[in-house]
Design a protein around this ligand. Structure first.
Ligand SMILES: C[S@@+](CC[C@H](N)C(=O)[O-])C[C@H]1O[C@@H](n2cnc3c(N)ncnc32)[C@H](O)[C@@H]1O
Length: 697
């Protein structure tokens, strides 16, 4: 391919460039003098006419406002008839100003004129007419192509716009900082805002005040006043209910809270997990790239995760997906299984497994050896576990559908247990926005009551004697401490377990202190994950090791069953809660009863010392039944009585017919026995006498 070459010699077509006759020299207008009339182009004529019009208008205005300066101003206005201004824009504006007389100083007229000049400047900025361009620009522009000219004009306009916008913004900020007044809550009008921009502006203002409260506060307003308005505005702006927003405000500092709320508005990146039972990550990545998937390893912390930036095919329907080479799984969902660290040939229980994302991850780390029990209470959701196991080639598992709370009675002795507990889902608001407005204190309480029961059962399913494990991983996709640290703290008190490091090298430490609560000091070993800090769903992961089946003495645990929300509930919520908690029982005892509260008051003096807890457990006698409270008197030992006397059983009881018959029977039997004895004796005597006789003979 390519162009054909012509080797024929070309004949010169003319006299050549140098030999060409030069045209007459062209002189600039300045050089020729203003008297020289230049032929104007159509556009130039139009511009000149416009300019003329404007100047005339301006002159007219001036004559009305300040007639004594009319002549001067006439002179100052440059002659635009030839299409040329006398100087640059700025000079032009100065020249438009009439010279000040002493009389004018400080007068209204002066300010009006100033304004007029300012208006002229704005007109200029708007770039509505070509007359706004200065002389040099016009000269230059004539040499430019129309498109270049337009581009130049646009650039210039954008520059001026930017400058003006910045100035305006600065002015606004200054004004607001100075003028921001907290609306009165009783005053409906001041509380009401018309647009979302106004709400956002007020949020920003309050945040600025809170950041520098001493100097920016309004007299007579407390921090709480600002926080109350802020909470309402945040609820309005991000569509949360008041309860959840106040709970989040307890968890995060204000600036971080806004980051969390913003991050919860957008979904996290799509991630997939390689199924190591069928393929390796590198091979999978090559196959998916060939299909037009744009991907990357998820990060140094995972050997199986891939993050998907874009894809030309739906990732839930590729041949690789259907063949079970990968599964779609959020990045944070990989963390609990990594913390669990399943080993080959172990016995592992996934207590709440549906739809089986984490279960199949466990099976792949076990390399399909040992036994994996994948349990879930929901019979519909458990079908998804079966489907996923078939697709991913999991063959070492038993799928069961039981209430996790009852599992210890059915099976126990596991090396490791994963409890990915049902929760409020406050960490995955980006996936399910309904959480924002639907969750109430009662929902949270329902969740943590179930979580507490499940965690105790999960521990009971563990074998403390396991040579390889004895580990429990507890996780939720909630960020509420009530469902996380508080549940772990409860388990630490109720069972012989201790927190151990999760083995995950990133994540925020769990809370040791939260509001009025003081959790176990090792709670910092748990890990929290947030959408705004880790770009993954909100998650909580804790790892516990079981040391023995012996149950710790819980008689001194005054706050084991104390509910924090009780104080924060409204009347209606409290009623609902009361009816609800009447049905819920923990460890066979009703929670939230008045007796409980009174008991709590009585036990206030008891000091709990976590450091001595381990020692206490060592001293315990070896037994599996819970030790009875020290307040209760030990039962007196009584001699075994096969038949308790009637009086003891029921002193007022009348003798029955059967009782008489029994007595008669017993007497008859006794008589018979005595008779038999007598007969026996007589017969023995007879036999003895007979022997004697025989002997004499
Ligand atoms: C967060 S999801 C588990 C997700 C699963 N681990 C995964 O990775 O695919 C919580 C599960 O707990 C189940 N569940 C709720 N109450 C339960 C109970 N009492 N016993 C066992 N499972 C329960 C729900 O059906 C739900 O499937």
């Amino acid at each position: 391919m390519g162009r054909k070459v012509s080797f024929r010699e070309k004949q010169p077509s003319g006299p050549g460039r140098k030999a060409k006759k030069q045209g007459d020299p062209k002189f600039t207008r300045e050089f020729l003098g203003s008297s020289e009339t230049q032929k104007l182009s159509h556009r130039q004529k139009k511009r000149a006419a416009k300019r003329q019009q404007k100047q005339e208008k301006f002159k007219g205005k001036k004559n009305i406002k300040n007639p004594q300066h009319s002549d001067e101003s006439d002179e100052d206005v440059p002659d635009a008839s030839n299409g040329v201004f006398g100087g640059k824009k700025k000079k032009n504006f100065v020249s438009l100003k009439p010279p000040r007389s002493d009389e004018d100083e400080g007068s209204d007229v002066e300010t009006e004129e100033d304004e007029e000049v300012h208006i002229g400047k704005l007109d200029d900025v708007s770039g509505e007419s070509d007359s706004d361009l200065d002389d040099d620009d016009l000269d230059d522009d004539e040499e430019l192509l129309p498109i270049e000219r337009a581009s130049k004009k646009l650039k210039k306009k954008a520059l001026v716009d930017k400058k003006l916008a910045e100035e305006e913004l600065q002015l606004n900020i200054a004004d607001q900082e100075m003028d921001f007044k907290l609306p009165e809550e009783d005053d409906d009008e001041s509380m009401q805002v018309k647009t979302l921009e106004e709400v956002q502006q007020r949020i920003n203002n309050i945040m600025k005040v809170l950041a520098n409260f001493k100097s920016h506060r309004q007299d007579g307003k407390s921090r709480q006043d600002y926080l109350d308005v802020l909470r309402k505005d945040l609820c309005l702006y991000y569509s949360y209910n008041d309860f959840l927003m106040s709970t989040l405000m307890n968890i995060f500092p204000i600036a971080e809270l806004v980051e969390f709320l913003e991050a919860s508005e957008t979904e996290r990146p799509l991630t997939i997990r390689t199924n190591n039972l069928k393929t390796r990550r590198r091979d999978l990545a090559t196959k998916l790239i060939d299909r037009g998937v744009n991907l990357d390893p998820i990060g140094a912390w995972s050997k199986v995760g891939l993050v998907i930036y874009s894809s030309q095919v739906p990732l839930g329907a590729t041949p690789e997906y259907l063949a079970g080479l990968y599964t779609i799984q959020g990045a944070s969902s990989m963390l609990p299984v990594m913390a669990l660290a399943p080993q080959e040939n172990e016995r592992i229980l996934d207590m709440c497994s549906a739809p089986g994302g984490k279960s199949s991850h466990i099976a792949s780390l076990m390399k399909n050896t040992g036994v994996l029990v994948a349990n879930d209470a929901n019979s519909e959701r458990i079908k998804a576990v079966l489907g996923n196991f078939h697709r991913l080639g999991v063959v070492n598992s038993i799928v069961s559908c039981e209430d996790g709370v009852k599992l210890p009675k059915i099976m126990a002795g596991f090396d490791r247990v994963l409890l990915d507990a049902p929760c409020t889902g406050t960490g995955v608001i980006a996936k399910d926005a309904s959480v924002k407005a639907s969750k109430s204190p009662v929902d949270v309480q329902k969740c943590y009551n179930l979580q507490r029961k499940l965690i105790l059962s999960a521990i009971d399913c563990l074998s403390a004697k396991s040579s390889t494990g004895g580990y429990l991983v507890y996780s939720t996709c909630s960020i509420l401490p009530e469902e996380n640290e508080w549940v772990i703290d409860y388990a630490l008190k109720k069972r012989n377990v201790k927190l151990v490091p999760t083995g995950l090298d990133f994540g925020v430490e769990g809370f040791v202190n939260y509001r009025e609560h003081r959790f176990h000091p090792t709670m910092n070993l748990t890990r929290r994950y947030y959408p705004h800090t880790h770009n993954m769903d909100g998650f909580f992961v804790a790892k516990l090791k079981k040391f023995s089946d012996i149950l710790p003495d819980t008689s001194g645990n005054i706050d084991a069953d104390v509910e924090p929300f009780e104080n924060t509930l409204t009347k209606d919520e409290r009623k609902e809660l009361d009816t609800l908690t009447r049905k819920i029982e923990i460890g066979g005892k009703k929670v939230f009863t008045k007796d409980k509260k009174q008991q709590k008051k009585k036990k206030q003096h008891i000091v709990r010392d976590f450091s001595k807890m381990g020692q206490k457990m060592k001293d315990f006698p070896k037994r599996t039944l819970p030790k009875k409270s020290t307040n209760e008197k030990p039962e007196e030992k009584k001699p075994p009585q096969k038949y308790p006397t009637e009086t003891k059983l029921n002193p007022g009881r009348k003798p029955l017919k059967e009782d008489g018959q029994k007595q008669k029977l017993a007497q008859a039997m006794k008589k018979n026995q005595q008779k038999n004895k007598a007969i026996n004796k007589r017969e023995q005597m007879k036999a003895f006498k007979k022997k004697k006789k025989d002997h004499k003979k």
